[in-house]
Design a protein around this ligand. Structure first.
Ligand SMILES: [Zn+2]
Length: 172
């Protein structure tokens, strides 16, 4: 089966012949990047959507019977922040491809934390799911997620609480 590497999560994403994934790396401006993608794929987003993503973004486009997914992110000049953002965007791709379980299993294997977010995802909490998963690679690298808290929004703080609660449950 064809796979695409999700570098930060360390997961090979299984893909059908109809799917393509591109990690477009660091970009100068998320807004300009989105406008370029939308133009390339003859697609459209309202103005408020263009301005929504701050540090990274993911896009999904249909071309005939193909589904093409892209991610890109800003260089925040800080390893922990970049890793967090990239893991967040990679999780969106993983979840939308229907393979959130791969990461659930990997987190259990790697760090012994049981964190099943499939219900949360099914009920539309996509940002929160990606935010929680974005914390995992930081922990794996020994980076304290609290160290980047001040650069993040309320969703990150909620995600961190859920993540730490899962750790406590696991240790109990
Ligand atoms: Zn997101």
């Amino acid at each position: 089966m064809k796979t695409s590497n999700l570098e930060i999560l360390g997961i090979d994403l299984p893909q059908s012949e109809n799917e393509e994934f591109y990690d477009d790396g660091f970009v100068e401006s998320i807004r300009d990047y989105k406008i370029r993608l939308l133009r390339d794929y003859h697609s459209y987003q309202p103005e408020e959507e263009l301005n929504r993503d701050v540090f990274g973004t993911h896009g999904m486009f249909w071309v005939g019977s193909k589904i093409i997914r892209h991610i890109a992110y800003l260089d925040q000049k800080d390893n922990a922040r970049n890793i967090n953002t990239r893991a967040h965007e990679e999780t969106h791709v993983l979840a939308e491809s229907g393979y959130l379980d791969l990461l659930t299993n990997k987190i259990l294997r790697d760090v012994g934390i049981s964190l099943d977010l499939s219900l949360m995802f099914r009920f539309g909490q996509k940002e929160l799911v990606s935010e929680i998963r974005g914390i995992y690679p930081l922990k794996r690298l020994g980076i304290n997620p609290r160290s980047i808290e001040k650069f993040r929004d309320e969703t990150f703080r909620v995600a961190l609480e859920i993540y730490e609660e899962a750790i406590q449950k696991t240790q109990a």
